[in-house]
Design a protein around this ligand. Sequence first.
Ligand SMILES: *Cc1c(COP(=O)(O)O)cnc(C)c1O
Length: 372
Amino acid sequence: MTGQFKPHGHPGPHARDAVFSVPPYVGGESTLKGVNRVIKLSSNEGAFGPPPGAVEAIRAAACSAHRYPDGGSAALREAIGVRFGLDPARIVCGNGSDELITLLIQSYGGSGTELVMSAHGFLIYEIAAKLAGMTVRKATERDLVTDIDAMLAQVTPATRLVFLANPNNPTGTLVPHAEIARLRAGLPEDVLLVLDAAYAEYVERPDYDAGALLVDAGGNVVMTRTFSKMFGLGGARLGWAYAPAPVIDVLNRTRMPFNVSSLAAAAGIASLGEPGWIERCRDHNNRARAALTARLRACGITVHPSETNFILADLGSTTRAAAADAHLRTRGILVRNVAAYALPQCLRITIGTDEECDAVAEALAGFVRDHG
Ligand SMILES: *Cc1c(COP(=O)(O)O)cnc(C)c1O
């Protein structure tokens, strides 16, 4: 499909050239031909599905689905504020954090300006920036960890935004708070630093902060969060941003008036209140991630250390990664090919249930036995 409709290659209306500067985002696959029960470990969705209370809340909200939602998501912002100890007035909710990321890029970037991200950073930043007509500058990483000095070296007078997923997808690595503070201190005050903490709920390292400390410390830092990972609501589309008041104002001007559906808001509030959910998910993730990592390493596969609900397995070459991917597919297992992230030798594997982790570990062990 990509490239089929060149900017001026056909008669009729023409979209802006920038629209064709990036291939469309491809999400993790969810079906396999001829397989009834697919094991989907390709999109980092929570291992346990949506919290039961969230399912119940969506059911209850369905009865008033004819009513427009509260455009300001007041009750949801209040619940987020209570759960994370933040001022609800400095929170904006969105149709997934992707919406808020895109709005920040459209509002603060634009034609002739630049965005800085790391070499293996989250692809949505690049796609949204190029669509907005921006130039993307990528900083080299060190052992798949964002290198703060390399990021700062990419900043020019045209830089408007610096994006950092912390921990990062697809590498799974994080940058400690002190290093993030150093990044911010090195930026001109008119550059917006966006800390995308989609996996914050999984992190246990004491040297980590999801971003609220730096948002509170100054005027040019935003933290984005999502309900799509640990809270199991990827299909409901719900994310939020915590930011200084002027950035909140910009997001409220640019977002759609009813960007968060009443069903998503109800599910979000309920998931925040689900007793023991975060602890249960985190405990399982720690245990299952360690076990899967150990099993893959035992059969000679390099696994990068991860602070998230996925691991990055390095198969050593593009061909071996493709062969392993094909082998997993014959067993009904979908993982993520991360060639688009300049990591064609790697596969990203979501931490699923124990049963799913067993299946992928066994299948990869079989692959190594059969193919070397
Ligand atoms: C999954 C993910 C998101 C979440 O996107 P939503 O639009 O909230 O579903 C954002 N950033 C990163 C790095 C992610 O991996």
